[in-house]
Design a protein around this ligand. Structure first.
Ligand code: GUN
Length: 288
């Protein structure tokens, strides 16, 4: 069977170009800038890379980005004070606090403090609840990106058996809600699932978000399935990135598959840009 390689770089560029065009139209119409505030606490090297890429994407789509790089020793009170200031600043449309945070700061308190109207990560309980009952709100960027990958690759979702492996608040759970919204029949498997391979073999669409390199091997996959790999693991010996799926052996069985890198990864930032533009449109009452 011919396997389609789903190109996340290309699809993320399409999304970013759409955001860029709408941002230009928004500026033209309102005279205002779309603005994302990015907060990084401490010096985690991976977080520094993510934050740099987020700022680069802001430049690409034409957003203003405000950057706050706070020392590792920042207190929770200081961080909450900055968030409150940004909540009350009408020129700011999105607030992103890069996770993880230093141990003296409680992540849940931080997420709860960000205004749900500016929570472009979609982490606030109000936005998670809205997704759960099918109301408008911000959706977590990685699962939103997976939906775009599927739709823009022409994968039918309605009526399909979808197995999601992983139940995190950021990926697995919102992913399940989004696939349900698209009328898939959804199973969420996890570390306590009995006979995982048998469960995954039922799937027309497999979404792997486990965090374990090459955990999904060819014997888990039904012939002709679509496989989406959300995993980003670094091989300790070679330093190379690899996903949760044993790509080499799984790909020949699939009708379509995402590679790592270059699959789901680039979609996350593209959807963040999309969420921030939507926020600016909502605040200004514009419909572009
Ligand atoms: N850390 C790892 N992924 C993310 C993300 O999507 N958003 C934020 N804020 N922090 C992260």
């Amino acid at each position: 069977m011919e396997t389609k390689i789903i190109d996340g770089k290309e699809i993320s560029l399409m999304v970013k170009n759409e955001v860029r065009d709408k941002t230009a139209a928004f500026k033209e119409k309102t005279g205002k800038e779309v603005c994302l505030a990015v907060i990084l606490v401490g010096e985690d090297p991976a977080s520094q890379v993510y934050v740099r890429n987020k700022k680069k994407a802001c430049d690409y789509v034409g957003f203003k980005s405000l950057s706050y790089e706070l020392p590792e020793s920042t207190t929770q009170e200081e961080l909450l004070e900055l968030i409150e200031k940004l909540n009350n600043d009408d020129s700011v449309h999105g607030i992103l606090v890069q996770m993880p945070l230093p141990k003296q700061i409680d992540e849940k308190t931080v997420i709860d403090t960000i205004s749900p109207l500016k929570d472009v990560d979609g982490f606030h309980p109000m936005n998670v609840g809205a997704l759960c009952i099918g109301e408008k709100g911000f959706v977590s960027c990685t699962p939103a990106g997976v939906i775009q990958l599927l739709k823009r690759s022409g994968v039918e979702i309605a009526g399909k058996e979808c197995v999601i492996i992983g139940r995190s608040n950021i990926v697995g759970k919102p992913m399940a809600l989004l696939m349900l919204r698209e009328n898939a029949t959804v199973t969420v498997a996890h570390s306590k699932t009995k006979d995982l391979a048998e469960v995954v073999r039922r799937a027309d669409i497999v979404i792997a978000a486990i965090g374990k390199a090459k955990a999904i091997t060819a014997d888990y996959i039904k012939e002709g399935a679509v496989v989406i790999d959300v995993g980003i693991n670094r091989n300790a010996e070679t330093g190379k990135l690899c996903g949760d799926v044993d790509y080499e052996n799984v790909a020949p069985k699939c009708s379509a598959i995402t590679p790592v890198p270059g699959g789901v990864g680039p979609m996350t930032i593209a959807m963040l840009m999309n969420n921030c533009l939507e926020s600016a449109l909502r605040f200004s009452g514009e419909n572009i």
